[in-house]
Design a protein around this ligand. Sequence first.
Ligand code: MGD
Ligand code: MGD
Ligand code: MO
Length: 761
Amino acid sequence: MSKINPQPPTHFTGIETTEPAKEAAGFTAVFSSMKHVFGAMPVRRGLKSLLNLNQKGGVDCPSCAWPDPDGERSKIAEYCENGAKAIAEEATTRKVTPVFFQKYSVAGLSQKSDYWLGQQGRLTHPLIVKEGGQHYEKISWDEAFQLIGNQLNKLDSPDEAIFYTSGRTSNEAAFLYQLFIRMYGTNNMPDCSNMCHESSGSALGETLGLGKGSVKLDDFEKAEVIMILGQNPGTNHPRMLSALKKAKRAGAKIISVNPLVEAGLLKFKHPQEMRDVVFGGEKLTDIYLQIKINGDLALLKAINKLLLEAERKTGGVFDRNFLSNQTENYEKYIKSLENESLEQLSDECGIALEEIKAAADLLIQYKKIIVCWAMGLTQHKNSVPTIREVVNLLLLKGSIGIEGGGTCPVRGHSNVQGDRTMGIFERPKPEFLDNLQKVFGFEPPRKHGYDTVEAIKAMAEGKAKVFIGMGGNFLSATPDTEFTAKALQNCDLTVHISTKLNRSHLIHGKTALILPTLGRTDLDIQAGGVQFVSVEDSMGVVHSSKGLLKPISEHLLSEPAIVAGMAKATLKNNIVDWDSLVANYNNIRTLIEQSIAGFDNYNVRVRHDGGFYLPNPPRERKFSTDTQKAKFTINPLESIKLAEGEYLMMTIRSHDQFNTTIYGLDDRYRGIYNERRIIMMNETDMQEANFEKYQLVNLYNNHGGVERVAEKFIIVPYNIPRKCVATYFPEANVLVPIDSYADISKTPTSKSVVITIKAFL
Ligand SMILES: Nc1nc2c(c(=O)[nH]1)N[C@H]1C(S)=C(S)[C@@H](COP(=O)(O)OP(=O)(O)OC[C@H]3O[C@@H](n4cnc5c(=O)[nH]c(N)nc54)[C@H](O)[C@@H]3O)O[C@H]1N2
Ligand SMILES: Nc1nc2c(c(=O)[nH]1)N[C@H]1C(S)=C(S)[C@@H](COP(=O)(O)OP(=O)(O)OC[C@H]3O[C@@H](n4cnc5c(=O)[nH]c(N)nc54)[C@H](O)[C@@H]3O)O[C@H]1N2
Ligand SMILES: [Mo]
């Protein structure tokens, strides 16, 4: 039997803990990145990849979606420690060949940790596990495509197939992929965004008319106040620290809201600036609000109520002109605020009223306000209301569509935003489908498809029988690992288009394929010569990314070539010349230009240094809602009530991982080393429950009457609010209930899982 547990609980590596760090980066970061890169590949290959990272015309870093500076870029290093780790992971010269799979059975591999799987290297050949087989073995590309085509055509309805996408896929590959899927006849396109910023897209689309952020990188230097909620940029968006530092030097104040005191939010020493190294770096946060998990809606309401009180007292706090001309629902919203009690709100979020007032004072005083957020806001039941409340704050102040102010949902995967723009969406807008119909002359399916949670359920119930994953690690990234495992095993065919081995390859359908693909750093040569791809960053800049390294195997195909292969083997009526699109990606970009607004002159503009901005109406104070106005919303508080012995758990990233890819076993800034099966817990809570430091415990969740267990976690006493605990994703995903997701966006509630803790006996 294959093991679904990301790390066998019998295996511990020797935990050590120290005081958490009080600043991010510095020389340690540079040293750490070098160690990863040169440990994985020869020096010349390593240097070539690092020197080209995020340079104009170079490789877009696959680690996050933080934008590159429009103007001058550091000649030697426009990357961060964790970008370098991502490169080391992909550009490694270690290989996982068919011989490797003769040695290890699928079940044997599943005993290994995620870290070990990743360390084995890049996949080199297309592989199959035949029905009843124990090992992956080589298969030709033609046979693999034929098998996929046959299976898809055997289904009773195209809606019995699921096509997942992870956010590294380029615009070109994503556009072709959705085109193939819609020509085949379904909108079943769940993606990683469903588990990530879906709540942001839902809240922003509904209130401001565009599901994307409104600020540009330049706005950071012009901002007066920057609020950062539920985000750990020191680890997950380290290049954002440079922007924050510039903002601070230009006089901005920073308010951070987080249950943990994250080192990267405290202080930043730029490893490439002598001044920082000598004089000790820049203090970042001015006001740190150590909030209870899921307390943000209460906090934001309290702040907005304090703004209202100040406006009534002195005036000049709100942008009256903007409010009356460009917003709606203001009066009703104000009425709802009047009914709130500050004491109760302060109690709900666990922050003293004095501290909330200090934060509100800054927001009262200044207008150029940027609000940044990430997973700490998006992965709760009430995430959409919470983000709507962020919008309410910015609307009151008139801080949207001005220089130095606006919304900044900081995206995760490097092209997750672009994939959506390209149409990877289970609920496409009718206008998008109308355009496809016009350009390609086929009738796209109109019925909404499955999102991630619905896709898992459909597989579990036998309603979906084929799963195809364009990148990602569906099993480990999704909630309720045991349930999802059964769902995948229920399929007739599972297919993964991947660069590296991961657990989703090991928990598979009756027949399973791995299709190895080129990554971002790889040189991509097609019939029409060397190709590049394009991506869209978190601020809507579309730019090119060109790999330079010799691919590790001659049997790898690019993602567009794999899509074309599947399409040709599946579609009976081929109205698209797939071969010519793959031969020259300019041809794909021409089709994108014809089908999607904002891409005029795509092939010319994408070749400009730094690329081009997509249209963004809120950035210009235009709101494409049904009424052309920005909308205030009323967001009632629905707090999570914990019973005796229950805790609220957030599942977060360590410093040594990219989602389910584990680079190492340390969480350096938090001072936790050599172990990932840990639970951070408040010391007073530990005393009350009679737990000791490093005690081994089991974690339980009982949502919906199902008992979910994560065995053998080690308790680490940590500075975290009472009754709040933290574990790492993906080890704790077994505890995230499939039926617990955000209202409206359906994002699994990975940051508010109710658990109980018992000693492991
Ligand atoms: N190196 C590296 N970079 C990455 C990734 C990676 O895994 N590794 N992943 C990429 C992806 S896909 C994404 S989406 C982003 C994720 O980037 P983040 O959102 O920064 O990642 P998380 O570790 O999930 O952390 C969320 C933060 O929110 C806080 N938090 C949790 N719950 C709450 C809450 O209720 N309220 C508040 N205010 N805060 C809360 C946590 O303490 C933590 O600091 O990073 C991207 N970049
Ligand atoms: N409990 C909990 N669960 C979470 C989260 C959380 O905070 N807590 N975060 C959620 C979030 S924000 C996200 S975005 C998802 C992430 O979910 P996914 O995107 O599905 O997961 P990743 O770990 O990023 O996927 C890694 C795999 O992608 C493949 N890969 C890497 N590069 C490429 C490439 O260029 N092409 C192709 N085809 N494949 C490639 C490799 O095989 C690698 O093993 O997880 C979500 N799950
Ligand atoms: Mo993400």
